[in-house]
Every structure is written in structure tokens, then in C-alpha cells.
Design a protein around this ligand. Structure first.
Ligand code: GTP
Ligand code: MG
Length: 230
């Protein structure tokens, strides 16, 4: 049972489930990991002899605590720690969709940005230079059409190469205003002391500055029960 876990994240309606269904076929079931309150589909696929477990997270516009869907997607990435997270932006609304991608890059290291609906974008005359995006974001960027099944072989190979470390990821970290950065500098060592490598320290410090109480409760529950934080 040495399955490599891949989470699919993205805004609503960007074709995550279409991609999920194409990759996993009918080998899927509803997940039952701890803390699950929203139905999440899990499925499996094999590529080049390696077995992958894919988790289709709910579509969200951000990863704060605005809704159960946001909390579910965020908690999965932070606490369940999948080996890889694939963000699926909509090529026809890339700028808006990259907001969520940047939030995911604050949460975890191994990320692939998999831009979907390229067929639609092409019809609209939208051109996307994935090489520039890749350099700016610090992680692989792939263009696909999940519906037409284009770009999938490259996606699968990139998944394998990111998971095995052949392609390194160094996700860009958003720089905030001076005041926020100063506060972060102050908070970071304390957060690191309490949580070590269990939770991404810069991201958590930002949430503390935000006063995200739901996240604090989640951390208390998980830290006190010593589950999910090991
Ligand atoms: N033209 C085009 N349509 C697509 C593509 N991928 C998905 N779609 C369509 O986009 C719509 C939404 O697809 P879903 O796979 O349900 O999107 P989702 O991201 O899972 O949506 P949520 O679960 O609500 O967040 C469906 O009508 C799909 O058929 C694509 O590559 N090209
Ligand atoms: Mg879906």
C-alpha cells in the first residue's frame, strides 16, 4: 500500500473532477480520512509502475476559513500532507485563478500548476506562456484540456518527476508590505518553536496575523490530540 497521494485543488468549475475522472477511471470511492465533513472523492491510478492516490478537493476561491469547503481543502493540504498538490486554474480566467494558486504555494512545497480549458482559451485567442509562469511561480506549469485529453502524458510524467525529486520545486512566496513582513519576522521563530516542521511556519504566522480563529481551533484540536501533527 505504498500509494503516493496527490491532491487536486482549484477554483470551482475549472475541470478538476473531469481530470480526476479521466485519470482514475472508475477506481474511485468517497474518502474517510479524519476530520472529513465534506464528501471528497478519492481514486487511484498507476503510471510507470507507481501507484497514485488522487483526492478531488472541493473547488474554492481561497483557502481561508470562509466556508466548510475552504477549510476542508486547506486542512487536507496542511494536515494530511499529500506528496503533491495539483492546482487546476481555468485558462480563460487565469489571473483570477492564480490567486488560489499563490495561496497553495504558501502552504506546501510540491505543487504543479495544471492550466485546464486550454481548448476554450485557444478559441478565445488567449495565449499563455507557461515557461514564464513556471519561472515566476517556481513550480512546473502544464497546459491541458481535460475534456479533450490533451497534455495528459506530459502531466503524468511531470507528476512522476516532481514526486521523485527529479524536478525540484521552489514555490514563490508572496512578499507583503514592510509592516507585515516585520511582524512575520517576529512571529516566525515562535511558530517554528511550537510546531517545528509540522505546519508551514510562514503561512501559519500570516494566519495568526489575520486572526483566523477557526484555524486556531483546528490546530488546538489536532495538537492536543497529537493526531495529524506528526
Ligand atoms: N471546454 C472544456 N470544458 C471542460 C474541460 N474540462 C472540464 N470542462 C467542463 O467544465 C465543467 C466543469 O467541470 P468539472 O470537472 O465538474 O469542474 P470542477 O473543477 O470539478 O468543479 P467543482 O467541483 O464544482 O469545483 C464541465 O461542464 C466540464 O465538462 C476542458 O478541458 N475544456
Ligand atoms: Mg468537482
Amino acid at each position: 500500500m505504498n500509494q503516493i497521494r496527490i491532491a487536486l485543488a482549484g477554483n470551482p468549475n475549472t475541470g478538476k473532477s473531469t481530470l480526476f475522472n479521466t485519470l482514475t477511471g472508475l477506481k474511485q470511492h468517497t474518502g474517510n480520512w479524519a476530520g472529513k465533513t465534506v464528501d471528497i472523492k478519492e481514486g487511484a491510478f498507476v503510471h510507470k509502475g507507481k501507484s497514485y492516490n488522487m483526492i478531488d478537493l472541493p473547488g474554492t476561491y481561497s483557502l481561508f476559513s470562509n466556508s466548510l469547503d475552504e477549510e476542508t481543502a486547506r486542512n487536507f493540504i496542511v494536515f494530511e500532507k499529500p506528496e503533491l498538490t495539483i492546482v487546476v486554474p481555468d485558462a480563460t480566467a487565469l489571473e483570477r485563478n492564480l490567486n488560489l494558486a499563490l495561496q497553495v504555494l504558501e502552504l506546501t512545497e510540491k505543487v504543479i500548476v495544471c492550466i485546464n480549458l486550454m481548448d476554450e482559451a485557444e478559441k478565445m485567442g488567449i495565449r499563455i506562456n507557461e515557461k514564464i509562469l513556471m519561472r515566476r511561480l517556481g513550480v512546473p506549469v502544464i497546459k491541458i484540456s481535460a475534456r479533450n485529453k490533451t497534455g495528459l502524458p506530459l502531466l503524468l510524467d511531470t507528476i512522476e518527476r516532481v514526486v521523485t525529486g527529479v524536478i525540484p520545486c521552489s514555490p514563490v512566496k508572496v512578499q507583503y508590505d514592510d509592516e507585515t513582513e516585520q511582524k512575520l519576522e517576529y512571529l516566525l521563530p515562535m511558530v517554528q518553536k511550537v510546531f517545528g516542521n509540522n505546519v508551514p511556519a510562514r503561512w501559519l504566522s500570516l494566519r495568526l496575523l489575520d486572526g483566523d480563529e477557526k484555524l486556531l481551533e483546528e490546530l488546538k484540536d489536532r495538537h492536543l490530540s497529537k493526531e495529524g501533527l506528526n
